[in-house]
Design a protein around this ligand. Structure first.
Ligand code: IMP
Length: 500
């Protein structure tokens, strides 16, 4: 007969924090959200700490090099998706490690025989108003000029007008040569009243733009997550199939931390990957494993050398694993059990293994509940997919801007390696969907972080360990859940938009 767990499988919405005493010190500006990413011994510090407890999901629709750079600027880390060729993934890692703040690789490019209609379509898709014109429309060919919103008048020009007729050619542009410093570029921008300065390499290709609008953010950002050579930190996903080839390529490209991307981590395959890493690299390569939802799964990965353990099966916004296979566990219940196993392991061995709560965060306060339960950081997909920096298209659906967001277990992603299948997906475990477009990561993250810090203050805590010590959680009945939202009033339209 099957084993029956006591109690129900619960999720974050079923808990609330009860505030504690707050001293006059409890102000959001005094709160630090620093948290360890990888394991460390009692009395020591982790070798990698995040400045905010957030990481972006190992997904095609979430974490590429652009997202990695944006999140590292804010103190978090991305794990670049593994469901692509080893070469492409390693190149993305390299682009993050070679990134120089302020120098932006142009992602909206056309060739001179394209039309105004093409420019307008590109602008609607990417939101970019500066477009580079190159010989063949890619950055691999010679740079010929630019088109900005000032160069065309939609009401006076036909959509079939050729780009060559209204672009600003290189001869008329102010540009810089590769090797220039950011501060020299900013001076050129100010002296010449430019919005964008092209930087061109020795062979005449466009290596980057420097934008006037980035001037403020180009000044030093205290939240940046940097390595000892002042390069952004970046993570990368791996799978349990081609790891002998993928891991050396990612390590060679400069990945700071790896994570096994799998829907279910309590497997012999994960043991093989962890053993491979420890035999080949000792402790010099850092690797997280998962996902697990029970104490036995945690023990298994901890004893096989995982640097952090990821928790969660079936709670992701695009996930249908529970419907497809009846496999999973409520995210809060899974986390409570794994955190208690982690604490036991720490008491026994003196080794602290950080826990990542992966998926199922709907409201910002769910992050705070996850931290209160004992997670060290949260991995999110849906949250980050909504921003300008995610790799997917922004599209208009029913009069609203949306971003595409699809699971790794969809036919679209075809990430059969994540599901331990044999070369194909026998059935889907994810959906292909839209999420409401939300603007820039920076703007949204500010609000999220402020909400987390405000909850900490309500509970009288200024750091994550203090919060975990002081947090008091209460279960929420269905009726008190209703009481918690706006009720018994008629919402004005705008009020609905401002909540969330
Ligand atoms: P979200 O933050 O709720 O959107 O969940 C993101 C998480 O869902 C990821 O970090 C993965 O663990 C998980 N995930 C990604 N793709 C799929 C899928 O296709 N099916 C099930 N789970 C998925």
């Amino acid at each position: 007969m099957a084993y029956f767990y006591q109690g129900e499988s619960r999720t974050f919405s079923e808990y609330l924090l009860v505030p504690g005493y707050s001293s006059a010190e409890c102000l959001t500006k005094n709160v630090s959200l620093k948290t360890p990413l990888i394991k460390f011994k009692k009395g020591e510090e982790s070798n990698i700490n995040l400045k905010i407890p957030l990481v972006s999901a190992i997904m095609q629709s979430v974490s590429d090099d652009k997202m990695s750079i944006a999140l590292a600027k804010e103190g978090g880390i991305s794990f670049i998706f593994a469901s692509q060729s080893v070469k492409n993934q390693a190149e993305m890692v390299k682009r993050v490690k070679n990134y120089k703040a302020g120098f932006v690789a142009s992602s909206s490019n056309v060739h001179p025989n394209q039309t105004l209609g093409d420019i307008l379509k590109l602008k609607a898709k990417t939101g970019h108003s500066t477009v580079a014109v190159t010989e063949d429309g890619t950055l691999k060919s010679k740079f010929l000029g630019i088109v900005t919103g000032k160069d065309y008048r939609v009401s006076r020009m036909g959509s079939s007008t050729l780009v060559s007729e209204f672009m600003v050619p290189l001869e008329k542009l102010v540009y810089a040569k590769e090797g220039v410093t950011l501060s020299e570029c900013n001076d050129m921008i100010w002296d010449n009243k430019l919005n964008a300065l092209p930087v061109i390499d020795a062979s005449g290709k466009l290596s980057a733009f420097v934008f006037r609008k980035d001037y403020d953010s180009n000044k030093e950002n205290v939240m940046e997550l940097l390595d000892s050579k002042k390069r952004y930190l970046v993570g990368a996903g791996i799978n349990t199939h081609d790891y002998e080839e993928r891991i050396p390529a990612l390590v060679g490209a400069g990945a700071d931390v790896l994570c096994i991307d799998s829907s279910e981590g309590y497997t012999e395959w994960q043991k093989k990957v962890l053993t491979f890493v420890r035999n080949k690299y000792g402790d010099s390569v850092k690797i997280g494993a998962g996902n697990v939802v029970c104490r036995e799964g945690f023990r298994f990965l901890a004893e096989n050398g995982a640097d952090f353990v990821k928790v969660g099966i079936g709670g992701g916004a695009i996930c249908i694993t529970r419907e497809a296979k009846g496999i999973g566990r409520g995210q809060a219940t899974a986390l409570i059990e794994v955190v208690s196993a982690r604490n036991e392991y720490f008491n026994e061995t003196g080794v602290y293994i950080p826990i990542c709560s992966d998926g199922g965060i709907v409201h910002d306060y769910h992050i705070t509940i996850a931290l209160a339960i004992g997670a060290d950081f949260c991995m999110q997909g849906r949250y980050f997919a909504r921003f300008d920096e995610s790799p997917t298209n922004r599209v208009m659906v029913g009069g609203n801007y949306m971003k595409e967001y699809w699971g790794e277990g969809t036919e679209r992603a075809r990430n059969w390696q994540r599901y331990e299948s044999e070369g194909s997906l026998p059935f889907e475990e994810g959906v292909d969907a839209y999420v409401p477009y939300a603007g820039s990561l920076n703007e949204n993250l500010k609000i999220t972080i402020n909400k987390i810090k405000a909850s900490f203050c309500n509970c009288g805590a200024l750091t994550i360990p203090e919060f975990q010590d002081k947090a008091r959680l209460t279960r929420v009945s269905h009726s008190s859940l209703i009481e918690g939202g706006a009720h018994d009033v008629y919402l004005k339209d705008t009020f609905g938009a401002q909540r969330s």
